[in-house]
Design a protein around this ligand. Structure first.
Ligand code: PLP
Length: 368
């Protein structure tokens, strides 16, 4: 890995391949793999990640919004792309770019069938989402009949898949609840398939579902966080490698005397003599204010340097009193050893939030 000369997010494709292969090793050979690349592939680089995974034969991709799907198509993704949360205002673009909508209530189902019919579509692939306990998006079990009737009335659409989402797949204290969700989904899928007269793809598991509920893999699984190197448990993390390393450098070192303050609002006041380093990364880059005032930390020459004072828009100051280092030295904010999961925990949040927050201002560097 090259030494950083500015703030940079390095993306390790070899680690991505290992994570992909590890997750695949948990599946039956014919279970399809859908790679979730929403939110810039969890803050990394959606086009690079999707292209690389397409090369490794990932079967499907998923994004949250239509705009994200268009970006992937323009970058050369030809595999099917599921849009998890399409907005009807963008249906024309969805059709133009051959993106596949998740439809989750009567309103959006009717809107899409109406739109696809007006556009003279036949057998346009749609995905029907069922709510089995998360209570976020999805049809209820009792709506199966009316969906099937509606779909059978038109030639415009074809139900490519039926799916649902687990609410607590990473939490084994909620195993009974998860098993209940799985059972409900099975019942829904059976009823739906019988009535519609063909077999859609069935899928339910996210990363922790893949790892904890092999009985719920069905025909396809949907993995996001695992690909990026986090398994939501100490045990599973051992088999996965974080693909992203956020690096920066030391811009300036200060000696702070007793009684001096550091940063805006004089939030830190020194009770002795200390050394600080100022780094070119701040809340506009994704290191939010909750990481300030001694909560968050970075690594310099393998040692932990806590953030002191308030996080600024473009900078943080860290305490380097006991660390041998110089202006220009490389700093690791998070990576394979000092992980994003640990840094996120320091501000009472989760890896998902920290990694998806790294703003587009930060340069991405792909390491192959
Ligand atoms: C984001 C998302 C996933 C991926 O979940 P991970 O925990 O990151 O593997 C899967 N399915 C749906 C519906 C999602 O919204």
């Amino acid at each position: 890995m090259p030494k950083a000369q500015e703030t940079v997010l390095e993306i390790d494709l070899k680690a991505l391949k290992q994570n992909f292969e590890h997750l695949k090793s948990k599946l039956q050979p014919n279970t399809k793999f859908l790679a979730v690349v929403k939110a810039f592939a969890y803050g990394s680089d959606a086009c690079e990640i999707a292209n690389y995974l397409q090369g490794l034969n990932a079967d499907y991709f998923a994004v949250a919004y239509i705009k994200e799907g268009i970006t992937l198509r323009k970058a050369g993704i030809t595999k099917p792309i599921l849009v998890l949360h399409p907005q009807s205002v963008n249906f024309k673009a969805l059709l133009d770019y051959n993106l596949e909508p998740s439809l989750y209530n009567t309103k959006i189902l009717n809107e899409f069938i109406g739109f696809a019919s007006a556009e003279k579509q036949t057998n346009y692939p749609i995905h029907i989402k069922f709510n089995t306990g998360l209570n976020r998006l999805g049809f209820s079990e009792h709506e199966v009949n009316s969906i099937v009737i509606k779909v059978k009335e038109t030639v415009a659409v074809h139900v490519t898949s039926l799916f649902s989402h687990l609410a607590a797949s990473e939490d084994l204290n909620e195993k009974e609840f998860s098993l209940n969700q799985i059972q409900t989904f099975k019942t829904i899928a059976e009823g739906f398939t019988n009535k519609i007269g063909y077999q859609p793809i069935l899928h339910m598991c996210n990363t922790s579902g893949i790892l904890n509920y092999p009985e719920a893999h069905f025909d396809m699984v949907r993995s996001g966080i695992g690909l990026y190197g986090f398994g939501n448990s100490v045990k599973e993390n051992q088999h996965l490698t974080p693909i992203a390393t956020l690096k920066t450098i030391i811009s300036q070192i200060h000696t702070i005397n007793k009684g001096d303050s550091v940063g805006y609002n004089r939030a830190y006041k020194s009770e002795g003599v200390l050394k600080t380093a100022t780094l070119p990364i701040g809340h506009a880059d994704g290191i939010g204010r909750p990481y300030g005032n001694g909560k968050g930390f970075v690594s310099i020459n393998g040692q932990k340097a806590p953030i002191i004072g308030n996080v600024c828009m473009d900078m943080i100051m860290v305490n380097i009193t006991n660390i041998e280092c110089n202006e220009g030295d490389e700093v690791i904010v998070f990576g394979k050893h000092a992980t994003a999961e640990n840094l996120a925990a320091s501000a009472s949040t989760i890896s998902y939030e920290l990694i998806t927050s790294i703003s587009q201002r930060v340069k991405r560097l792909i390491i192959n």
